[in-house]
Design a protein around this ligand. Structure first.
Ligand code: AMP
Length: 401
């Protein structure tokens, strides 16, 4: 049996349901950034389009629900879903009705009046504290709005909330296309990778990535480490790193990772040189070191040119790459070259490439390379938890149905 079939719980997908004329309650992840009442990045809305278009084509009545920001169980005026509905309407070229709440008789009546092909966007789910508590009564109230439930919110699948888990108890449930494609792509790197398989790790902290390393260290054929987390590895080896970030209580973690790669006989490549700055600001004074380690008074902000070359070379023969965490402070142009060079190497090497984690996704998007990756995950926390080998409550809830 294919190992991915063993590990991934079986669940129905939207294709397996008869949608015609049905009220389809769809959990989407429309938690988009807003500025002055306008959506500033529509990536998450666009990611839901395959499911929405399919449901419209099949003549379903669409009832969409999402959270937006962190209103903490209260109505927060500037976290209403109206601007999201307007953005969706523009993108789809169709009218989108918005509701004044997400449960209750008024919304039920509005949902009941929908005709096939019409769309209703419910008000922010997190205006009700019961949503995050996964309250069964609230789940039931949501379920009253639809005939079928579809979960397409991969970005919140790691949360056991009423709209992501509880509601699946009360309606026939299935996965939408986004959830399905995320689970397939991430499942493949977890259970069924082509080899050689390289893991690229960066980002701020070792502690954030340790469970990921634990779950993957026995599966991969090599690891590249950059970003803020590298300095803990250097200090663990007695190499000074100046003012660079170090997690002193994770020195032994770093040593254990090194020891484990040595036991397995797989390469773990740390940077050979660094871009260093006298402060973390775009107008900082910047230098490049000629060896690993950062002098006192300086801070490591990116991998250096020798490292860029060495990392690109290591990736040349890769057949699968999983990348989580930027290699430098890519948000600032002078410190973005390392992350950019690695993104280009990943795009050009012909491997199956999976990018997970919010910042890494932001980086490849910023460099215009997202389309050149096999899969760019839309779920930061959810993709990390899935790759750590944890069960996602939103997926388990579908599997139970
Ligand atoms: P994470 O969410 O753990 O993947 O961390 C991403 C953050 O790590 C980004 O905002 C980067 O700016 C930051 N980062 C990458 N390299 C460094 C570095 N050398 N020093 C400090 N922060 C870094």
């Amino acid at each position: 049996m294919n190992p991915s079939e063993v590990e991934t719980p079986p669940f129905r997908t939207i294709r397996q349901l008869d949608l015609e004329g049905k009220r389809l309650l769809i959990r989407v992840d429309f938690n988009v950034p807003l500025k002055e009442g306008k959506v500033t990045d529509t990536t998450r809305i666009t990611a839901s389009l395959p499911t929405l278009r399919y449901a419209l084509e099949k003549k379903a009545k669409l009832i969409l629900m999402s959270h937006l920001g962190r209103p903490d169980g209260k109505v927060v005026e500037n976290l209403r879903m109206k601007p999201v509905g307007e953005a969706l309407s523009r993108i789809l070229g169709l009218p989108v009705q918005t509701a004044t709440d997400c449960v209750g008789p008024e919304v039920e009546a509005q949902a009941a009046r929908l005709q096939p092909g019409q769309i209703l966007l419910l008000e922010n789910l997190r205006f009700h504290p019961e949503e995050e508590k996964n309250d069964p009564q609230f789940s039931k109230a949501l379920a009253r709005l639809g005939d079928l439930y579809i979960n397409d919110a991969f970005g919140t699948a790691h949360r056991a909330h009423a709209s992501t888990a509880g509601v699946a108890e009360f309606l026939p449930a299935a996965a939408g296309f986004l959830l399905q494609s995320e689970l397939e792509a991430l499942g493949k790197v977890l259970h069924n990778p082509q080899r050689p398989y390289w893991l690229i790790l960066g980002g701020a902290k070792v502690s954030d990535k340790i469970k990921l390393i634990d779950n993957l260290i026995d599966k991969v054929n090599g690891i590249l480490i950059g970003g803020g987390m590298q300095y803990t590895f250097f200090v663990a080896q007695g190499i000074g790193v100046g003012n660079s970030p170090v997690e002193k209580d994770h020195l032994s973690t770093a040593r254990q990772v090194v020891a484990k790669t040595q036991q397995r006989g797989i390469p773990l490549l740390l940077p050979l040189d660094h871009v260093i700055a006298d402060k973390v600001a775009p107008d900082a004074q910047v230098k490049i070191t000629d060896r690993p380690g950062v002098p006192d008074g300086w801070e490591g902000v990116d991998i250096g040119p020798k490292t860029r070359e060495a990392f690109a070379k290591a990736l040349q023969g890769a057949r699968t790459i999983l990348w989580n965490g930027p290699l430098g402070i890519f948000e600032m142009e002078p410190f973005s070259k390392g992350t950019r060079a690695v993104a280009e190497a990943v795009a050009n090497c012909g491997a199956v490439s999976v990018v997970g984690g919010g910042d890494t996704t932001a980086a490849v998007t910023k460099f215009g390379l997202a389309d050149r990756m096999t899969h760019v995950s839309t779920g930061g926390g959810a993709s990390l938890e899935f790759l750590e080998g944890r069960e996602l409550p939103g997926v388990v809830a579908l599997a139970k149905r």
